[in-house]
Design a protein around this ligand. Structure first.
Ligand SMILES: N[C@@H](CCC(=O)N[C@@H](CS)C(=O)NCC(=O)O)C(=O)O
Length: 277
């Protein structure tokens, strides 16, 4: 358990490390603009997919808590990520990380012959990967914030249990797909490329290795199969290219770790026991 005190650090506004190099390489105007924030896991999902598919884009870093007008134009609730299409007049845009991912999946399928899912010859296998992603959205993501925002020891113990059980649930779904489908997609299998579930879960699993570790002393059991998977995921090139340095995450998440009032719409929803925005 952490005995450190809130030092009042604020979230970062600019990527660092590998993510900074990637952002710099994507700073020129393009048909697609990704509205993002360096610490945001929902943004990271979309960013990883763009990198994995090799779709070109421009990154535009914004402060989602200040909600500049150009962000509200692409994302009505002022949440990042937003994806703006500049090649139409007037321009069009999409928000919601899962919806943007589906769009990019369709685009990559149609134009590049690439996919984060099993082939259409295995519809059941595709559905099983979607079940994994659905589990992440419903269980793992809220469990992450509940655990991180928990202040009392009792709540933190409950938090770690729930987070671990959401990981266990994901493992069971990976194993189920292994048994019930012939397509072996995703990093659960050595030597593979990313699956939709990897992209959807990766940002929070990565933050478990730095933010949860630092603020809650969280670690996965040694030698665990899941730990091997997680290692593969955080070292996967398209994923790594979107990662900033550890300090950025630790500082950006201090407000969650001390559950400061009005940290974000996500934090408020967790505190009120409501669905995430
Ligand atoms: N459901 C949204 C959630 C996005 C989200 O919550 N993004 C955060 C940053 S990590 C945000 O923009 N927060 C601004 C706020 O809380 O006002 C998605 O999947 O895209």
């Amino acid at each position: 358990m952490s005995h450190k005190a809130d030092s009042g650090k604020s979230y970062h506004l600019k990527c660092t490390g590998d993510a900074l190099s990637t952002a710099d390489a994507h700073s020129k105007p393009n048909d697609l603009t990704l509205f993002g924030s360096c610490f945001c896991p929902f943004v990271q999902r979309v960013w990883v997919a763009l990198e994995e598919f090799g779709i070109d884009y421009q990154v535009h870093e914004v402060d989602p808590y200040k909600k500049p007008p150009e962000l509200l134009e692409v994302s009505p609730k002022g949440l990042v990520p937003g994806l703006k299409f500049n090649n139409t007049t007037p321009s069009k845009s999409l928000n919601e990380s899962t919806v943007i991912l589906e769009y990019l999946e369709d685009l990559a399928n149609r134009d590049l012959g690439k996919s984060l899912l099993p082939p259409t010859s295995d519809l059941y296998g595709r559905a099983l990967v979607r079940l994994q992603a659905d589990h992440v959205n419903r269980n793992l993501v809220p469990a992450f914030y509940k655990y991180l925002q928990a202040q009392d020891i009792d709540k933190q113990i409950e938090g770690v249990k729930e987070f671990l059980s959401s990981i266990e649930g994901l493992v069971q779904l990976f194993e189920r797909a292994e048994k019930e489908s012939d397509s072996k997609v995703g990093l659960w299998h050595a030597g593979n490329s990313l699956s939709l579930a990897d992209v959807v879960a990766g940002p929070w699993l990565f933050r478990a290795t730095n933010v949860l570790k630092h603020y809650r002393g969280f670690t996965l059991p040694e030698g665990d199969k899941f730990r091997v998977y997680l290692d593969r995921l955080v070292n996967y090139p398209a994923f790594k290219r979107t990662c900033s340095t550890e300090e950025l995450y630790l500082e950006s998440y201090e407000r969650y770790a001390y559950n400061r009032p009005n940290t974000s719409q996500v934090a408020n929803a967790i505190n009120l026991g409501r669905a995430l925005p």
